[in-house]
Design a protein around this ligand. Structure first.
Ligand code: AHM
Ligand code: MG
Length: 332
C-alpha cells in the first residue's frame, strides 16, 4: 500500500514539512519551524510518558534534575516542555494552555502565531498506563506584528486555524496534523528519534460502527441523544470509550465511528474545551472528510467568548454525526 511504501522509503516529519512548505500561505518557513518545535517537545514528553511508572523510583534514586521536574505531575511537565519549546522557537507571540488560567503573552513582538494547547489530555489515565495525548491549534495573529497582542488575536473561531494537530502517546507514539491541505500521520521510531510518515493523506470512513460516549450519564442525556444511543444498540454497534479524547478520536477516525461528549443539565456545555480540544480535532476531522458539531452548529464556526469555554462535542464519521444531529433537532 501507499503508506507502507512511504514508510519504507522513510519520509521523516522534517523532510515532509519541508516538502510541504508551499502549502503555507506566506511560505516564510516560520510555520514549518513552529511545527518542528512542537514535534521536538512531543519527543521529550514521549520520553517522560514512557517513564511515568518509574517516577517514584527515579526520585528515590536521587535522579532529580535541577528544576526538580521529576517530582512534578506529568501534565505540568508537559506544559513546561511545550511552553518552553514555543517560547524558544520565536515564532509564537501568545499561548493559551489548559494548564494556565490566563493567556501567556510571550512579549515576542516578531511572533506571528498564536498557539492554543492542551499539553497532556486525559491525564487521569497516566497512572494506569493508558494512552494520553497532546492537542494543539495554531492561528495567525490578526493585529499587526510588532504591536501588543489583543483579545481578537486569541479569540478566533476554529475556521481561522492555519494548522492543528495531536500527539497520541499510545502503543506507538504518533503525531497527526493538518495545515488545511489534508491530514497526515507520523509514527515515532524511538531508536532513531524520528517521526516517519506512516499515514499519508488520512481519510475517515463516511460511516462507522463504533460509538464512544460515557454511557454512565445516560439518565442525564437529552431525549434525542437517548434515541441515538438506543439506535446504536439496536444496530449492535461497538461501544468503545477510553476516556482519553485523542485516543478515542484517533481510533474512530481510522475505523469509522462517533465520539460524543454531550451537554447535560449539570454541565450545560459539556466538559471539553473549545479553544484547545474541540477546534483542533474539528479541523482535522473536516480535513479527513469527517464532521464535528456541538449537536447543532459546526464547531469551527463557533465564536469564542472566553478562554476556557466548553462545548458539547459530536465528532466523527459524517453519516453518524449527521444522524445524531437530526435526532437531537427532532426532539428539541
Ligand atoms: P482532561 O482535559 O481533564 O484530561 O479531560 C478531558 C478528558 C478527555 O480526554 C476525555 O475524553 C474526557 O475527559 C473524559 O471525560 P469523562 O471522564 O467525563 O468521560
Ligand atoms: Mg484536556
Amino acid at each position: 500500500s501507499d503508506s507502507k511504501l512511504a514508510y519504507s522509503v522513510g519520509v521523516t516529519l522534517d523532510r515532509f514539512i519541508k516538502s510541504k512548505q508551499d502549502d503555507f500561505p506566506f511560505a516564510s518557513g516560520e510555520l514549518s519551524q513552529l511545527l518542528r518545535d512542537i514535534a521536538l517537545a512531543a519527543k521529550i514528553v514521549n520520553r517522560e510518558t514512557n517513564r511515568a511508572g518509574l517516577a517514584n523510583i527515579v526520585g528515590a534514586l536521587g535522579n532529580t534534575n535541577v528544576q526538580g521536574e521529576e517530582q512534578q505531575k506529568l501534565d505540568v511537565i508537559a506544559n513546561i516542555r511545550f511552553t518552553r519549546a514555543l517560547t524558544k522557537g520565536g515564532e509564537v507571540c501568545a499561548i493559551v494552555s489548559e494548564e494556565d488560567d490566563e493567556v501567556i503573552d510571550l512579549q515576542n513582538k516578531s511572533g506571528k502565531y498564536v498557539v492554543a494547547i492542551d499539553p497532556l489530555d486525559g491525564s487521569s489515565n497516566i497512572d494506569v498506563n493508558i494512552s494520553i495525548g497532546t492537542i494543539f491549534s495554531i492561528y495567525r495573529r490578526v493585529t499587526p506584528v510588532g504591536s501588543p497582542i489583543q483579545p481578537e488575536d486569541i479569540m478566533q473561531p476554529g475556521m481561522q486555524q492555519v494548522a492543528a494537530g495531536y500527539v497520541l502517546y499510545g502503543s506507538s507514539t504518533m503525531l497527526v496534523y493538518t495545515t488545511g491541505h489534508g491530514v497526515n500521520g507520523f509514527t515515532y521510531e524511538a531508536s532513531l528519534g524520528e517521526f516517519f510518515l506512516s499515514h499519508p493523506d488520512m481519510k475517515a470512513p463516511e460511516d462507522g460502527l463504533i460509538y464512544s460516549i460515557n454511557e454512565g450519564t445516560y439518565d442525564l442525556f437529552e431525549p434525542g441523544l437517548k434515541v441515538y444511543i438506543e439506535q446504536c444498540k439496536k444496530r449492535e454497534f461497538r461501544a468503545r470509550y477510553i476516556g482519553s479524547l485523542v485516543a478515542d478520536f484517533h481510533r474512530n477516525l481510522l475505523k469509522g465511528g462517533i465520539y460524543i461528549y454531550p451537554a447535560t443539565p449539570k454541565s450545560p456545555s459539556g466538559k471539553l474545551r473549545l479553544l484547545y480540544e474541540a477546534n483542533a480535532l474539528a479541523f482535522i476531522a473536516e480535513q479527513a472528510g469527517a464532521k464535528a458539531s456541538d449537536g447543532e452548529n459546526r464547531i469551527l464556526e463557533i465564536r469564542p467568548t472566553s478562554l476556557h469555554q466548553r462545548t458539547p462535542l459530536y465528532i466523527g464519521s459524517k453519516v453518524m454525526v449527521g444522524e445524531a444531529e437530526s435526532l437531537l433537532r427532532k426532539e428539541r
